[in-house]
Write a protein that binds this ligand. Structure first.
Ligand SMILES: *Cc1c(COP(=O)(O)O)cnc(C)c1O
Length: 377
């Protein structure tokens, strides 16, 4: 909340100003100031980076132009040429597309693992990996990975660990404190939280890794813009409030879903029936605000979503507004059907991103949709 507040030495501005300048005058011949060119460094971006690094408990952070830029940089920077990347079989569709493309063009070896199965995943790590990529809770089934156990198995095998912490946010989970080396975010989601900025962040536990990642981000030209950083910082100030409201709404919606006869399955780590509920209790401060459920068929999905008024049918997540998405035709459409099926994604599955609306409005809207789906069966 307090990042950069009341630090302006020129005019005492309480909110740090946005620096749009692309270039900065040298103090004198051969004497650059702290900033010289905004791709390499920008004061507005620095305030945001410091705030995110503090929230994640890292040595520093690099703010990127998108979440995918934040995924790309560590893979390029930390993986040796031809190295092995071990990634979740159910990882974010865009990350899977990048990893798959890098493998198909001979730049790395990709192996996929089910990290919710600790024994199986540990064997996969021991079989050889240079970088272990984790996402927990996973998308869209909200499977949980034991970050401490997987991190120590990876380190024992000489591998580094990167965690995509987009779904949980540092409010719910801080992977660096559990042994991970690097955390990445799509700041497009919860960190900004208002669905009006595409942005990303990379946080590292060690200062020399932060420098290495910053060097790559500048060299590739994928650092974030100043206005985006300004807006993201404004959004970040209410992250704790938004997460509390969104998690309250998730709990209210889950209560409806588990009781409604139109619903075949509910995936939410807060449920005692969730296969890794105990791990989620141990590892997380809360269960997040993404809820996935299954209504059986694509036809039921259509009947349900057409008519919702407080949920928008849209990709993305983590904004103040509630969204509903159909993974099979939207977020995970880039995955071949067999890969999607192996990841457990069905045609009857819907993913909700709960916003901060009044819970009664959300529950009433969803109940009406479920009733419609049941009547049309
Ligand atoms: C959205 C998302 C990304 C990609 O981020 P962009 O900002 O869209 O580039 C990466 N990982 C996860 C888990 C995401 O949800």
């Amino acid at each position: 909340m307090r990042a950069g507040i009341n630090t302006d030495t020129a005019h005492g501005a309480v909110v740090p100003p946005v620096y749009l300048s692309t270039t900065y005058a040298f103090d004198g011949f051969d004497r650059p100031g702290e900033y010289d060119y905004s791709r390499a460094g920008n004061p507005t971006r620095s305030v945001l980076a410091t705030a995110i690094a503090e929230l994640e408990g890292g040595a520093g952070a690099v703010v990127t132009a998108s979440g995918m830029a934040a995924v790309t940089v560590p893979v390029l920077a930390l993986l040796p040429p031809g190295g092995t990347l071990l990634a979740p079989f159910d990882c974010y569709g865009g990350s899977w597309r990048l990893f798959d493309a890098l493998e198909r063009t001979g730049r790395l070896k990709l192996r996929l693992a089910d990290f919710s199965d600790l024994e199986g995943a540990s064997a996969d790590i021991a079989a050889g990996a240079d970088l272990v990529w984790l996402e927990t809770p996973s998308n869209p089934l909200l499977r949980i990975t034991d970050l401490a156990a997987i991190s120590s198995a990876a380190h024992a095998a000489g591998a580094l660990v990167a965690v995509d912490n987009t779904f949980a946010t540092p409010v719910v989970q801080r992977p660096l404190t559990l042994g991970a080396d690097v955390v990445v975010h799509s700041a497009t989601k919860y960190l900004n939280g208002h669905s009006d900025v595409v942005s990303g962040a990379i946080i590292a536990a060690e200062a020399d890794q932060v420098s290495e990642l910053a060097w790559w981000a500048n060299t590739l030209g994928v650092t974030g813009g100043a206005l985006d950083a300004y807006l993201t910082l404004r959004g970040l100030r209410t992250l704790h409030l938004r997460m509390a409201a969104a998690q309250r709404n998730a709990a209210a919606v889950v209560e409806l879903l588990v009781a409604h006869p139109a619903v075949r399955a509910v995936h939410y780590p807060g449920l005692a029936e969730h296969p890794q509920h105990d791990l989620a209790v141990r590892q997380q401060d809360g269960f997040g605000a993404i809820v996935t459920f299954d209504v059986g068929t694509g036809a039921a999905v259509r009947t349900l979503v057409e008519g919702l008024v407080t949920f928008c049918l849209a990709e993305s997540l983590g904004g103040v507004e509630s969204l509903v998405s159909h993974p099979a035709t939207m977020t995970h459409a880039a995955m071949p059907p067999e890969v999607r099926a192996a990841a457990g994604i069905t045609d009857g599955m819907l993913r909700l991103s709960l916003g901060v609306e009044d819970p009664d409005d959300l529950v009433a809207d969803l109940r009406a949709g479920l009733d419609r789906a049941l009547a049309a069966r």
